[in-house]
Ligand binder design. Structure first.
Ligand code: NAP
Length: 466
C-alpha cells in the first residue's frame, strides 16, 4: 500500500496557522455590527480549513468512522442551526455540552492509551481536560434544560449546598493530584469523570433561569479551557489557540454580562437569584395604568421631534423587528429623529437586539449603547418601549430592596412621554413589577409587539400589513 502522505505535516501546520489567524480576526470583526458578518465568515472558513487539514493528517488509517461521525454530526447540527433566535442561548448550551463530551471522551481514550506511564505534566493536563469537560457536559445540559423550561427555572437550594458542591470539586482535584503522582492507579481515573459529572448537575441546581445566559457564557469558557488542555495532550497548537480564545472570550463575556446586571460572579453562581418576589405582587393589584390606542400613539409620535425606541425580549419573541423598521421609515419620512436604545442585556443573549435590528436593516448609526443614549432621554419627546421590561425598571435606581437594584438601566422614565408595548402586566425575566408603568407620563399600549407596531405604522400611512 502506498503510504505517501497527501500533504506534508508542515503544510498541515501552515493551514492550522491560517485557521488560528482567521479565528482571531473573527473575534475582532464580531465586536462591531458593521464587520460582524465578516467575523462569521472568517470563523466558518477557519473551522473548515481546520477540519480539512485534520482530515489530511496521515495518521488516519481508515475514514469509515470519521465519515459516520460527520454524517451523525450533520444530522444533529443542521436542525440545531435552524432554531429561532430566542432559543439560541439553549442551543449554544447544547453545543457546549457536545464539545465538552467530545473533549472528555478524547481525554479518556488518551489516558488509557498512555497509562500506566503517563508523565506528570501530561497527567495534569489530561485531568484538567476531563474534569472541565465532564462538569461542562452535565452543567450545559442542565442549563439548556432550564432555559428550554424542561427543568424548573427556579433556583433549588438546600442547607450546606455550597459546601457539598465545593467538596465534590475538591475531591476531584485531590484524586487528579494523586493520579499525577501515581498514574498507574488507573482504577481511580473514572472518579475524575464521575464526580465532575455530578458536580455539573449540582452546580446548576441553585442557579435561577435568569442567570442562565451568564452561566452558559461561563461554561463556554470552561469548554474552551478543556479544549486547550486537550491541545496539550494531542500536541495541537490550533486546539491550544482556539481553546484559549474560547476560554478567554467566554470569560470576558460573562464579566460584561454580570456588570450589565450589576451582579458579581459569586452572586450569579451562589446567589439563588430568580426566586419568586412576593413583595410587589400584592401592591400591584390596586394600581391603575393609563392606556392608549395605536391611533393615539401614532398622533403623539408624528408630532414629536425625537422618538427613542427601546427594544427588548418581547420584540424578539414577536419577531417585530421588520415592523419596527417600517415604523422607523414612516417616522423618519415625517421628519422625526428616531434613535434606538440598546441595553447590553436586553433580550436573552448579548447582542440580541443588535442582531435583530441589523437583520431589519436599521442603520447602525441609529443604534446607541446605553451610555450614549441615556443623556438623550430628557430631550426625547417619546420613549417607545417595545417588549422591554427589566432593562427599563427605575427600581434598579430607586429601590434598594429590589433584586435588580444597582443594575444599570435605560433612563426611559426621563423622556417626556413613555409608551410601552406589551401584552399585559406580566413581569419580565427578573419576575418583578415595573414602576415605569404607573407613572403619569406613561401610556400602556397593550398588544402583541408585531401587531401593535403594524397598527401604528398603518395610522402613520406606512405599509403596516401584518
Ligand atoms: P424582559 O424584562 O424579559 O421583559 C420582556 C417583556 O416582553 C415582558 O414584560 C413581556 O410582557 C413582553 N412580551 C413578551 N412577549 C411579547 C410579545 N409577543 N409582544 C409584546 N410584548 C411581549 O426583557 P428585557 O427588558 O429585554 O430584559 C432582559 C432580561 O433578561 C433582563 O432581566 C436581563 O438581566 C435578563 N438577561 C439577559 C441576558 C442577555 O444576555 N441579554 C442575559 C442574562 C439575563 P407581557 O408578557 O406582558 O407581554
Amino acid at each position: 500500500m502506498d503510504t505517501t502522505p497527501l500533504v506534508t505535516e508542515q503544510s498541515i501546520e501552515v493551514i492550522y496557522l491560517i485557521s488560528a489567524g482567521l479565528f482571531i480576526l473573527s473575534l475582532k470583526w464580531m465586536s462591531a455590527p458593521s464587520t460582524a458578518r465578516h467575523g462569521v465568515w472568517a470563523g466558518e472558513l477557519g473551522m473548515l480549513l481546520a477540519i480539512i487539514a485534520t482530515l489530511l493528517y496521515r495518521g488516519i488509517v481508515d475514514y469509515t468512522w470519521i465519515a459516520i461521525a460527520l454524517v451523525l454530526g450533520s444530522i444533529i447540527g443542521v436542525p440545531l442551526g435552524l432554531v429561532q433566535m430566542t432559543a439560541v442561548p439553549q442551543r449554544t448550551a447544547l453545543s457546549h455540552a457536545f464539545g465538552a463530551l467530545c473533549v472528555t471522551l478524547v481525554g479518556t481514550a488518551e489516558f488509557y492509551l498512555r497509562a500506566p506511564a503517563v508523565p506528570p505534566f501530561m497527567m495534569a493536563v489530561l485531568s484538567m481536560e476531563v474534569i472541565l469537560g465532564s462538569l461542562t457536559f452535565t452543567g450545559s445540559l442542565m442549563a439548556a434544560g432550564k432555559l428550554q423550561e424542561i427543568l424548573p427555572q427556579r433556583p433549588i437550594t438546600y442547607k450546606g449546598q455550597n459546601i457539598v458542591n465545593i467538596s465534590l470539586l475538591a475531591i476531584s482535584v485531590a484524586v487528579a493530584t494523586y493520579l499525577v503522582i501515581h498514574p498507574e492507579q488507573t482504577r481511580l481515573f473514572p472518579l475524575i469523570i464521575a464526580i465532575p459529572l455530578l458536580f455539573g448537575v449540582l452546580m446548576i441546581v441553585p442557579i435561577g433561569g435568569a442567570d442562565m445566559p451568564t452561566v452558559i457564557s461561563l461554561l463556554n469558557s470552561y469548554a474552551g479551557l478543556s479544549a486547550a488542555a486537550m491541545g496539550f495532550v494531542l500536541d495541537s497548537k490550533l486546539l491550544i489557540i482556539a481553546g484559549a480564545l474560547d476560554g478567554s472570550s467566554g470569560f470576558i463575556l460573562s464579566v460584561i454580562m454580570s456588570k450589565a446586571m450589576n451582579r458579581s460572579f459569586t452572586n450569579v453562581l451562589f446567589g439563588a437569584f430568580g426566586q419568586v418576589q412576593v413583595s410587589s405582587a400584592a401592591a400591584k393589584e390596586s394600581r391603575t395604568v393609563r392606556t392608549a390606542t395605536a391611533e393615539e400613539a401614532a398622533t403623539i409620535m408624528a408630532a414629536a421631534n425625537t422618538v427613542v425606541i427601546v427594544p427588548g425580549y418581547g420584540m424578539a419573541v414577536a419577531q417585530a423587528q421588520h415592523k419596527v423598521r417600517e415604523l422607523f421609515d414612516a417616522l423618519t419620512k415625517r421628519g422625526v429623529n428616531v434613535l434606538f436604545a440598546i441595553h447590553p442585556v436586553a433580550g436573552r443573549m448579548p447582542g440580541h437586539m443588535n442582531v435583530l435590528l441589523a437583520e431589519a436593516d436599521i442603520p447602525y448609526d441609529k443604534l446607541l449603547d446605553m451610555d450614549a443614549i441615556n443623556p438623550e432621554f430628557p430631550q426625547a419627546d417619546v420613549a417607545l418601549v417595545i417588549g422591554a421590561n427589566d432593562v427599563t425598571n427605575p427600581a434598579a435606581r430607586n429601590d434598594p430592596g429590589s433584586p435588580i437594584y444597582g443594575m444599570p438601566i435605560l433612563d426611559v422614565d426621563k423622556a417626556r412621554t413613555v409608551m410601552v408595548i406589551k401584552r399585559g402586566m406580566s413581569p419580565g425575566f427578573a419576575g418583578i413589577d415595573n414602576e415605569l408603568y404607573y407613572l403619569d407620563k406613561t401610556l400602556m399600549l397593550f398588544g402583541d409587539a408585531k401587531a401593535f407596531v403594524g397598527d401604528i405604522v398603518r395610522q402613520l400611512g406606512g405599509e403596516g400589513h401584518a
